[in-house]
Design a protein around this ligand. Structure first.
Ligand SMILES: C[S@@+](CC[C@H](N)C(=O)[O-])C[C@H]1O[C@@H](n2cnc3c(N)ncnc32)[C@H](O)[C@@H]1O
Length: 410
């Protein structure tokens, strides 16, 4: 049976009976794909793993709690034979053969009439990798090939030209806090397809070095703005490049909508009739504390966290933050853009009820090679920032969560 290579095919199983014999680990691994394919799955097994049982409880499969019996495969289009009883497996595969039902056997690939490929998905395509010859089966190798192909397609290192090669217009991509590995898969792919990238100072700047030479990389901070506001000049640059038919990525630090002015850009593009795709990113407000060992919530310590901009002082008339109310909360405060004003902020929080002993951590350049954490309290943070020369960008965390992790000093 194994002298010829297997013939690859995609089974369209919607509404068609698939019989699975055995409710152990093999069934647990294979069932989700059968359910996703819309198959009418009947599991025959005296017992099942808790996950398989949950699928039956949820009505995703029907489960007959008994051992295999002759006749179980009579109305099946496809069968997965995976019991721990070799005799039952042999009898079931003989029945499958008689009824001409393609069957996979977990205990004996050589006697099976079908093999399950290692599969993965990317952009509407299923990648399936099969061993050619059962005598040289190496599931790790097929899985590794699958991973290499799917990863390559996702991160753009494997370029497969297709008709719709690029997302038209502008993609507002949240690049994450700085570590190039912390951008999303979609963001990375769009970056790989871009003609023009307009990037901020913060975010995964290392990724820009990997772009091919034809990609025009523009530093948003250096766009001349003459009679315009800087933001208006950036909006204009996005619109102009997109109008030239180029695929434009606006690469932003963290998430585009967390103090990122992402919606202003999306609105300007909408007004100009340019399609805009928004790709969320990992915000520094959660990830930077996390990278420094600080969870923004912790059971029994903080049931809330509030993310605040500290770019204007509490007594500045432009401030939209109700600092006295924040001082009364007991949970975590995460302050972005607050290094310069932390002294005034700490003073205000203490004046309105927060203890001066409240732990504070400042995490500078989080997730990058230069990451640094400095600990203080509300009472000492103003002098600590000066003494330890803390510089932006930094995320400031206020609250008892600062002390819960292994690096905590509180
Ligand atoms: C204009 S806000 C943009 C926030 C971004 N959209 C986000 O979701 O992370 C910039 C502020 O984010 C914080 N920040 C961003 N990246 C950081 C990093 N890698 N380390 C520390 N702070 C960072 C700093 O407080 C910085 O001043």
């Amino acid at each position: 049976m194994a002298e010829h290579p297997a013939y690859p095919v995609g089974l369209r199983l919607t509404g068609r009976r698939v019989v699975v014999l055995g409710g152990g680990q093999v069934a647990q691994r294979r069932l989700p794909a059968l359910i996703a394919a819309g198959a009418d799955v009947r599991l025959v097994s005296p017992d099942a793993t808790p996950s398989v049982e949950a699928m039956a409880d949820a009505g995703e499969i029907t489960w007959e709690r008994r051992p295999y019996a002759e006749g179980d495969l009579a109305d099946a289009w496809y069968a997965l034979i995976a019991t721990s009883d070799t005799e039952a497996n042999t009898a079931a595969s003989a029945e499958a053969e008689r009824h001409r039902v393609w069957c996979v056997r977990s205990d004996d690939a050589d006697r099976a009439t079908a093999w399950t490929p290692a599969t993965g998905h990317s952009e509407g395509v299923t990648v399936a990798v099969l061993t050619t010859d059962a005598r040289h089966r190496d599931p790790r190798h097929t899985a590794a090939i699958r991973d290499a192909v799917v990863e390559g397609l996702r991160d753009g290192t494997l370029v497969a030209p297709h008709r719709r090669t690029r997302t038209p217009g502008v993609a507002l991509v949240g690049g994450g806090p700085g570590d190039p590995d912390l951008i999303t898969v979609r963001g990375r792919r769009l970056l790989a397809e871009a003609d023009v990238v307009i990037a901020d100072r913060l975010g995964p700047r290392d990724l820009l070095a990997e772009l091919p030479p034809h990609v025009e990389v523009i530093d948003a901070a250096k766009i001349p703005y003459g009679r315009f506001m800087a933001q208006e000049a950036i909006n204009n640059a996005l619109i102009e490049h997109a109008k030239q038919g180029k695929a434009v990525v606006r690469l932003k630090g963290g998430d585009p909508f967390v103090f990122g002015r992402g919606m202003e850009e999306a609105q300007a593009l909408a007004e100009a009739g340019i399609p805009c795709t928004v790709v969320p990113g990992i915000s520094s407000s959660i990830s930077v504390p996390g990278a420094a060992g600080i969870p923004v919530t912790h059971r029994g310590v903080a049931h809330e966290f509030t993310v605040v901009s500290g770019h204007v002082a509490p007594d500045d008339e432009r401030s939209l933050v109700d600092w006295p109310s924040l001082a009364k909360l007991t949970g975590t405060l995460v302050i972005l853009m607050g290094v310069d004003k932390i002294g005034r902020i700490a003073e205000t929080l203490v004046a309105h009820g927060r203890s001066p002993e409240t732990p504070v951590a400042l995490v500078q350049e989080g997730t990058t090679a230069a990451q640094r954490r400095v600990d203080a309290t509300l009472g000492t943070v103003a002098e600590t920032v000066v003494a330890r020369e803390v510089r932006p960008p930094a995320v400031i965390v206020v609250g008892d969560v600062v002390g819960v992790g292994p690096h905590g000093t509180a």
